[in-house]
Design a protein around this ligand. Structure first.
Ligand code: AMP
Ligand code: GLY
Length: 425
């Protein structure tokens, strides 16, 4: 089988690493890929949003299956574009991808199907006065979300009512461009978050992947600005059998049934961003792809060939294929460019990757190759991932490997996984 994987981050590195291990794969292309994905296949220069260029590559390279890594092409309709053409696509159609493309659509979907989530209302410039009144009925902190895609930056959590009202006006006034012309305001939920991933075939078949937890804030102790993710662990100790049974019954099943009932074709990964509120899972958000950096700990814990599962999901029938989870624990720590998620330098030479790779898997994210060197090209640079019998050991191993890596301005969080391994939270 010839596979084209779209994307360029740490998530795509982990997917490429996993896919490339399959004996079913004759050739893997990654478009555009990064400085590390060339180890798993061939990088090709191509924008995943340029569907005609993707189609040309599919034809020229004899691609049998496209795996879409990030949300933008899905929300823009890449799966619909290839419908009826002779290639499989792992990823939902546009109507399914709306679960991430519009928070208002996602919230209304959850309300229709009785899926537990925070109480909410949506507002536009025309209804801003009602928005102010709704804010007055809530207790702080106030959660305001841009309806559309905003590169992970569209959620504001604000302590004071006056500032929340001002933020509502700013958002509706174009703070996130068109993405915030509708704003979802919702009740604040208190609890620990985790990420549950489901591979579904659009016909009621699904498999739950290993559960993960990511660390979004830039600073230790979950402080500072939100980032794309500074690290992740899997499994998540609090997401035990009892919790996961509730997730499956209250969230996974109604989501899959709801998608089918509403004719939203969905053959791909559903990402449930969940929060554990007193033992009960509630949905914070849906994403229509795998998470980053969660994929970097989820893929190493899948104890089988992933390619037959991807193919079966894309064909619409997972049948009785199993998706066993490894008993090992996985941890990943992200090395970022100093300054991230704000301004940061690029083009810094990275050293020590080979030494670090002796005991860990080094997934590249914001890197590129220049001659014989690997240099930084993004905010999140490397995901240093380790597998071990316990989370504590996996974390220790990743930090030991990370100590060999260096580049100008390198930064990382030293407390990844501490909340779930020290028994303090
Ligand atoms: P989202 O982009 O919807 O995942 O939101 C980004 C982050 O904001 C989440 O990962 C949560 O940490 C936080 N968040 C979003 N919605 C809520 C909520 N209703 N209550 C508490 N925290 C939230
Ligand atoms: N780690 C969160 C995300 O991928 O959206």
């Amino acid at each position: 089988m010839r596979i084209l994987l779209l994307g360029s981050g740490g998530r795509e590195s982990a997917l490429a690493w996993k896919i490339s291990q399959s004996p079913k794969v004759e050739k893997l292309y990654i478009a555009p890929g990064n400085g590390g994905t060339g180890a798993y296949g061939e990088n090709i220069k191509l924008s995943p949003l340029d569907f005609e260029a993707v189609e040309k590559a599919v034809d020229d390279l004899g691609i049998d299956m496209i795996v879409v890594g990030n949300e933008d092409p899905l929300v823009a309709g890449i799966t619909d574009y290839f419908s009826g053409k002779n290639v499989l696509v792992v990823g939902p159609a546009k109507a399914g991808a709306e679960l991430e493309g519009s928070k208002d659509v996602a919230k209304a979907f959850m309300a229709r199907h009785g899926i537990p989530t925070a109480r909410y209302r949506s507002f536009t410039a025309e209804t801003i006065e009602e928005g102010y009144k709704f804010l007055e009925t809530l207790t702080p902190p106030y959660v305001l979300k841009a309806d559309g895609l905003a590169a992970g930056k569209g959620v504001l959590i604000i302590d004071s009512l006056d500032e929340a009202k001002k933020a509502l006006a700013d958002m509706l006034g174009g703070m996130f461009g068109k993405s915030s012309s509708t704003v979802v305001i919702e009740e604040f939920l208190s609890g620990i978050e985790c990420s549950v991933f489901v591979l579904t075939d659009g016909n009621g078949g699904y498999r739950i992947l290993p559960v993960a937890k990511d660390y979004k804030r830039v600073g230790e102790g979950d402080t500072g600005l939100n980032t794309g993710g500074m690290g992740a662990v899997s499994p998540v100790p609090f997401a035990d059998g009892t919790f996961m049974k509730k997730v499956e019954e209250r969230i996974v099943l109604p989501t899959i049934k709801g998608l089918m009932d509403e004719g939203r074709l969905y053959r791909g990964f559903i990402f449930l961003g969940l929060i554990n509120v007193g033992g009960d899972p509630m949905v914070i958000e849906y994403n229509v792809r795998m998470g980053d950096p969660e994929t970097e700990v989820v893929m190493p814990r899948i104890d089988c060939d992933l390619v037959p599962l991807l193919e079966a999901a894309a064909r619409g029938d997972l049948g009785d294929l199993a998706l066993p989870h490894s008993p090992l624990a996985a941890a990943t720590v992200i090395a970022v460019s100093g300054g991230y998620p704000e301004a940061y330098a690029k083009g810094k030479t990275i050293t020590g990757i080979e030494k670090a790779a002796e005991n860990s898997i080094i997934f590249h994210a914001g890197t590129k190759t220049e001659g014989d060197s690997t240099i930084t090209s993004g905010g999140r640079v490397l995901a240093v991932t380790s597998l071990a019998p316990t989370l504590t050991e996996a974390l220790e191993r990743s930090y030991a490997s990370l100590s060999h890596i260096a580049f100008d301005g390198m930064a990382f969080r030293r407390d990844i996984g501490r909340d779930v391994t020290c028994g303090c939270k």
